[in-house]
Design a protein around this ligand. Structure first.
Ligand code: NDP
Length: 462
């Protein structure tokens, strides 16, 4: 039998790689994990975690305004960008330390180097040029922001990576894209006092979400003062002689901005990884092709997380890692379950969602009942904030199952988690109806919408 230096060699110290490495090492396997940048990956270092901290930071000016309606007089407030960056960096360093500690405590060997694959069982450590062998290789190298290289002046633009470390907050920013990152950062920058414009190529932002959420969020963002230009793209970015950038759009003339941020999707990090040498197949986007058990076409090589471009979400990568461990090391073949993934957009207001949008449900089921409530949450009464919450349940008439649940409003992300459980459990509308309301909350609407707002039959609203 062949002997190897390691039972498992993990490439990539992000959410998926660290979970797989830690669990395998904890089972007594000889594990090495290589990371070329920082442990924690996109989510911890320059994604979900610092983003959420920025979201909190950007909400305070509204909290200060709202306080007046509740009798508070808030003194003069001042925001210090550099202080926020320093506090955020300190927290990220702490979390990175926890990731490393988890690996070390489990007995995994940490290698601070880029690793490239030489063959089905061999890896080169770029820093030392050392070649090591492993029975199994797991690729969990994630993705990176699409640089949109065909855009003249793209090199003058930032991505979310740089947004976390800008020397100073710009006075104005133009953000291209209409997905999670563009929408979340538009709200962050606006909340921190930056004049913000969002440019999106389609008819409405957040193309993969329910129409009510998309329209409702668009209206709320515009009401705050964020400019949203739909049906448009940036055609050219150039430097202005007096500083700042000139942004030529296709349909809205030329804008000027302190920064331009591109949030046009993320590409799998497969370039230069040695996949060709090992014969690992990738698709037309460069994502590693895997089967239901995260196996590539090379039996000893596996891949999970964003590099496989299945669902680009941290909890999905972690789940795929746990399934990999069950399958490969516990003799319990387990396929990742990508159905009914609850998700949140940390916009302001937030979107929390699970299951099908109304449009997608209408394509799948001949008859739907749609329960929809739009109301001003109690929190906004005394504050005087003109803020609406939208809650929506999509029910398949045939079996009464709730097939989609969508919320726009404060704490929608928190609510999405528990709605995820109800849909996963296959709850029907009758289960919602017989659940006692928690009063007074905004979410009690979810169990008190007794009559359908409308029905959809064969794709037509009736
Ligand atoms: P998304 O896929 O969400 O959005 C990409 C956006 O760019 C879309 O609006 C898309 O338009 C647009 N776009 C793509 N190509 C072009 C082009 N050539 N010209 C103009 N517009 C273009 O990607 P993000 O970069 O926002 O986020 C990456 C991933 O990270 C997401 O898929 C998400 O899974 C994850 N993420 C999750 C978060 C969360 O859970 N809260 C937060 C941030 C990121 P169109 O819709 O028309 O295709």
């Amino acid at each position: 039998m062949a002997t190897y230096d390691y039972d498992l060699f993990v490439i990539g110290g992000g959410s998926g790689g660290v979970r797989a490495g830690r669990l395998a090492a904890g089972m007594g396997k000889k594990v090495a994990i290589a990371e070329e940048y920082r442990f924690g990956g996109t989510c911890v270092i320059r994604g979900c975690v610092p983003k959420k901290l920025f979201v909190y930071a950007s909400q305070f000016h509204e909290h200060f305004e709202d306080a007046a309606g509740y009798g508070w007089t808030v003194g003069e407030s001042h925001f210090d960008w550099k202080k926020l960056i320093a506090a955020k960096d300190k927290e990220i360093l702490r979390l990175e330390g926890l990731y490393r500690k988890g690996l070390e405590n489990a007995g995994a060997e940490i290698l601070e180097t880029r690793a490239e694959i030489l063959g089905p069982n061999t890896v080169r450590l770029v820093k030392t040029d050392k070649v090591v062998s492993a029975e199994r290789i797991l690729i969990a190298v994630g993705g990176s922001a699409n640089p949109h290289a065909s855009l003249p002046g793209h090199e003058l633009c930032i991505s979310s990576n740089e947004a976390f470390h800008l020397d100073e907050l710009p006075r104005s920013i133009v953000i291209a894209g209409g997905g999670y990152i563009a929408v979340e950062f538009a709200n962050i920058f606006h909340g921190l006092g930056v004049d913000t414009t969002l440019i999106y190529r389609g008819a409405e932002i957040l193309s993969r979400f329910d129409s009510d959420m998309r329209r409702g969020l668009h209206a709320a963002m515009e009401a705050k003062g964020i400019r949203i230009l739909c049906h448009d793209v940036i055609q050219n970015v150039s430097k202005l002689p007096a500083g700042g950038l000139s942004v030529e759009t296709k349909n809205h003339g030329t804008l000027s901005a302190g920064q331009v941020m591109l949030a046009l999707g993320r590409d799998p990090n497969t370039k230069g990884l040695g996949l060709e040498a090992a014969g690992v197949k990738v698709d037309e986007r460069g994502a590693i092709v895997v089967d239901d058990h995260s196996r590539t076409n090379v039996p000893s090589i596996f891949a999970l997380g964003d590099v496989t471009d299945r669902v680009q979400l941290t909890p999905v990568a972690i789940h795929e890692a746990m399934c990999f461990i069950e399958t490969e090391y516990k003799g319990n073949p387990t396929k990742p379950d990508h159905d009914l993934i609850a998700t949140a957009v940390f916009s302001q207001p937030e979107i929390g969602t699970v299951g099908l949008s109304e449009d997608d449900a209408a394509k799948q089921y001949p008859e739907l009942e749609v329960y929809r409530a739009e109301f001003r949450p109690m929190k906004a009464t005394l504050s005087g904030r003109q803020e609406k919450m939208i809650m929506k349940l999509i029910v398949n008439t045939a079996d009464r199952k709730v097939v989609g649940a969508h919320i726009l409003g404060h704490d929608a992300g928190e609510l999405a988690q528990i709605l995820g459980v109800t849909l996963k459990a296959g709850c029907t509308k009758d289960d919602f109806d017989r659940t006692m309301a928690v009063h007074p909350t905004a979410s009690e609407e979810l169990v008190t919408m007794y009559n359908p707002s409308y029905r959809v039959k064969n794709g037509e609203r009736v």
